[in-house]
Write a protein that binds this ligand. Structure first.
Ligand SMILES: [Zn+2]
Length: 410
């Protein structure tokens, strides 16, 4: 679907034109750092970077600061979503650079400050198109969740575990294609999902790893030993833990069991309460801890559009509440989850603290994307990418690089 280039931003409820300030001070909120929570904290920002984080008793706003009073609110690192197919009516595969920018802007409403546009299994030319358009989208000037690169989900996936990926796009690893993808992307591919049991997959994992790309295991029916061989070849990540992968059967352990068991592999997880049962989320959290899990949305174009019927590539999908399925009403087809809800659900489903949940929503994905030195946490010297949430976990304010990019009205 997608909307035209002349789309009027003011039509998006509560989305305002950005405000740029040299100095910002966020006061009176509960401030979350990687180590602790300051119940009455303060964050000072200058020139887009964090200058101070701590207790309100330790610092005061500098002169000429724009003050954001976060009384009763949570001040968290901006969320980094490493698995997004679309948002707000726009699709990464089909809606071009303008659509990718609109999607990046829409997700400001959910506290997301950086993301990886994520491709699906498709014809080679279609994936090249998405890469080229993502590159073009980098030059946009309007505020949006920053582009950190791309996540290629497929096309080298197992047809039997295709999930909602289209059959015709799925194939075995092809090194000629990969070289073209790498050349066009020029370092922008951060993650590639592939099924390790396919012919050539282990070599491809080595090739990806040598290029600094995270090889992520997924859409796979591999057994435990094959998953171990993939880790040995360099894979460090798994795509949407439990979904579209061999499971944790006690006599036939598959990829999910390997993810739960092996410290060498981290995993994305979709915590919308539909893709993964809350008790399995709890199990995963206990086994993996905050260094082993990244919260993602796996959102489709229907994210933020409400209930209804939408076009997802060649498929029609129906959205009802948190459930997004093909028209059979059974096959889950991506999600309409938002990152602020993923955070809320992680707190409800697991025993993790807010400090650790914020880490899974920002720091873990920052590490996967190779940007943890400048993003992913509220620490001095880092980019001022910040999500300020109300007590109900709705987003009050989103700040990207020190710019107030979104403020909820009222
Ligand atoms: Zn996906």
């Amino acid at each position: 679907m997608g909307v035209s280039d002349s789309f009027d931003w003011q039509q998006i409820p509560n989305l305002k034109i950005e405000k740029t300030f040299m100095r910002l001070a966020i006061i009176n909120g509960e401030v979350v750092t990687p180590d602790k929570l300051f119940p009455s904290g303060i964050v000072l920002i200058e020139d887009g970077q964090i200058q101070f984080v701590g207790s309100a008793t330790e610092a005061e706003p500098l002169s000429n600061s724009h003050i954001i009073d976060a009384t009763g609110q949570l001040v968290l690192p901006g969320f980094i979503d490493t698995h997004v197919h679309g948002s707000g009516g726009d699709d990464v595969m089909t809606d071009g650079a303008a659509g990718i920018r609109r999607a990046g802007r829409n997700m400001l409403r959910y506290g997301t400050t950086a993301w990886l546009p994520t491709t699906i299994a498709a014809r080679h030319e279609e994936i090249l198109f998405a890469i080229a358009e993502t590159r073009r989208a980098e030059s946009g000037s309007e505020p949006m969740a920053q582009l950190l690169g791309l996540h290629l989900e497929g096309p080298y996936l197992n047809l039997k575990f295709k999930g909602a990926q289209p059959d015709e796009g799925i194939r075995d690893p092809n090194f000629d294609e990969l070289e073209e993808l790498l050349q066009l992307a020029e370092g922008r591919i951060k993650i590639m999902t592939l099924a390790p049991e396919l012919p050539g997959s282990l070599d491809m994992i080595r090739r990806l790893t040598a290029n600094g790309i995270v090889a992520s295991l997924g859409h796979s029916e591999c057994d435990y030993d094959t998953a171990l061989a993939a880790i040995d070849a360099g894979a460090t990540y798994a795509t949407h833990l439990f979904n579209a992968m061999s499971g944790a059967h006690h006599r036939k352990p598959g990829l999910a069991a390997c993810c739960l068991n092996e410290p060498g592999i981290c995993a994305e997880i979709i915590l919308d309460g539909v893709h993964v049962h809350p008790q399995m989320a709890r199990l995963a959290a206990r086994n993996k801890g905050r260094e082993g899990l990244a919260l993602i949305t796996d959102a489709t174009t229907a994210q933020g559009c409400g209930d209804g019927i939408y076009q997802l590539g060649k498929f029609q999908v129906q959205v009802q509440g948190a459930l997004c399925t093909l028209m059979d009403g059974v096959t889950i087809a991506g999600s309409v989850l938002t990152m602020n809800h993923a955070v809320k659900n992680a707190l409800a489903f697991t025993e993790m603290s807010l400090v650790d949940v914020a880490y899974m929503a920002a720091m873990m994905p920052a590490k996967r994307c190779g940007v943890a030195d400048r993003k992913g946490s509220l620490e001095v010297g880092k980019d001022a990418d910040i999500a300020i949430l109300k007590a109900d976990y709705s987003v009050a304010t989103t700040i990207v690089g020190g710019v107030v990019a979104y403020e909820k009205q009222g």
